[in-house]
Write a protein that binds this ligand. Sequence first.
Ligand code: M6R
Length: 620
Amino acid sequence: MCGIVGYVGPRSALGVVVEGLRRLEYRGYDSAGVAIISDEGAMQTAKKAGRIENLDAELAELTISGSTGMGHTRWATHGAPNDRNAHPHCDVTGRIAVVHNGIIENYAELQAELEQSGVEFSSDTDSETVAHLVAAELAKTAANGGADDLATAVRTICRRLQGAFTLVLLDRDHPDSVVAARRNSPLVLGIGDGEMFLGSDVAAFIEFTKQAVELGQDQLVEITREGYAITDFYGAPVEGKRFTIDWDLSAAEKGGYDYFMLKEIQEQPTAVADTLRSHFVDGKIVLDEQRLDAGVLREVDKVYVVACGTAYHAGLIAKYAIEHWTRIPVEIEFASEFRYRDPVLNRQTLVVAISQSGETADTLEAVRHAKDQRATVLAICNTNGAQIPRESDAVLYTHAGPEIGVAATKTFTAQVSAGLIVGLALAQARGTKYGDEIAAEFRALESMPEHIAKTLEGIEDVRTLAREIADSKAILFLGRHVGYPVAMEGALKLKELAYMHAEGFPAGELKHGPIALVESGLPVVVVMPSPMGRPLLHQKMLSNIAEISARGARTIVIATEGDELAAKHAAHLIEVPAVPTLMSPLVSTIPLQVLAAEIAQARGYDVDKPRNLAKSVTVE
Ligand code: M6R
């Protein structure tokens, strides 16, 4: 969702800010804007609905210069995505400019108060209230003879705000600093040499520095060329947590691919290998990044997995693995539903929260609910220091590197791998598997990057197929056992990228309704289990293929190499390497990612930035 950049230093702030906004484009947005304080002390703003190119065109007509500034990409919540509602927003005098990510839940009440005092609003956003409130606070302090200090005024106003916010503010009268504050929305600080940066995430300033600081909940930071000062909302100094960014600019660039997503699909062998690395030492599963005692895992008698979207599909696979290896009952929930249905949780419950970004508001709220109910929370996350791992009892990081394409690909396979590690760690702690069995499973896991690489070698055929079926009205996806989450993931990828009607069903459910959708020529993707691993399921899937073929569907079957029966019954066969059943999603998902990306390209859509979507969904 919204992307935020801030800068103070010797460079042209406009250049740094616009480049930072480009690097944050992947978060999803529908308008963009900047505010720069000129060396003469003028507040210069520009904002435009649509892509950053529209803002570029606007900027080309203006002369904006200065070395202190901020920028924003807006994903509309309150107010339509138009020029008027784009950020930044200023107070009536134009002294204060603000950009905001999040939702100010009590904005209506604050707006009414401001309107009563004569303020006229120039947008339909909740965010504009902050500019007016801060300006009013500064005016009040000045009238009382107090210090003319933006940071103090922002702290006072933050204490009145409810909801989620990252705010960055500029004060025309104090052009040498930028003030930012956060609650429930992300913000990191980049430390340069004589310059400082702010960003919704580190991608905003990765080309300038690798030294960063996490800004904690309910904290405010003021940056100047000389350094930074962090306080809580009452002014007490706080030590920020410093970290070094462990990836470089090349990871955030396309590297010769037309789209980030295509590069990220190819990076999956490395993403999985890096996620597995160092989790099996001296014959034992090691969760060294986590702070969980083995005793806590031993006591677990119930597991909930909570996640959204693609992470939910990874969670479904984790459920199958954890139940199979540990015999602990596992429930999986959409994070957005979890806390509203009063789930039964206690000290013996382990909640596994899966989130690539670690920012997803629904998952964060589910984590908070679980912690309130005294459950133990283990996060699986791809973003170092994000809010979800910070609030969880323990974290298992996936090491997929930055994922810029909105559609999750390499982070999905990394999450599946992490879910399998959690399953093995629980089996080890509870003694439901012998050491040699765990070792054998982990060795099989370690060979998966090789199998994924092999699968990727064979995707040319999927590309051709994609172009053939790109005009279809809809595509159905069927699977059983772990093939079912793969089918759901294939359908989600197609919906979000190709804007095509797609559904993933458990194959057995077909005749309970969805089969009515099958008509002549309809492509139906079938994720086959291996005949060796699951002979019974394999047989049943063959019957499903027969049922849909008999009704004229065009069956596209993803089957294990050498599966002659699948080859005989499929209209189109896509082969993947033979691997253990619980690990098979790591290979069978790959052709579905390619299929969706290729169909989207054939239909002329931007694969990296699908409409209406945001990479990090920071509002509920
Ligand atoms: O950052 P998260 O893993 O918490 O995000 C969850 C979903 O929003 C995300 O997986 C979404 O479904 C993707 N766009 C799917 O490709």
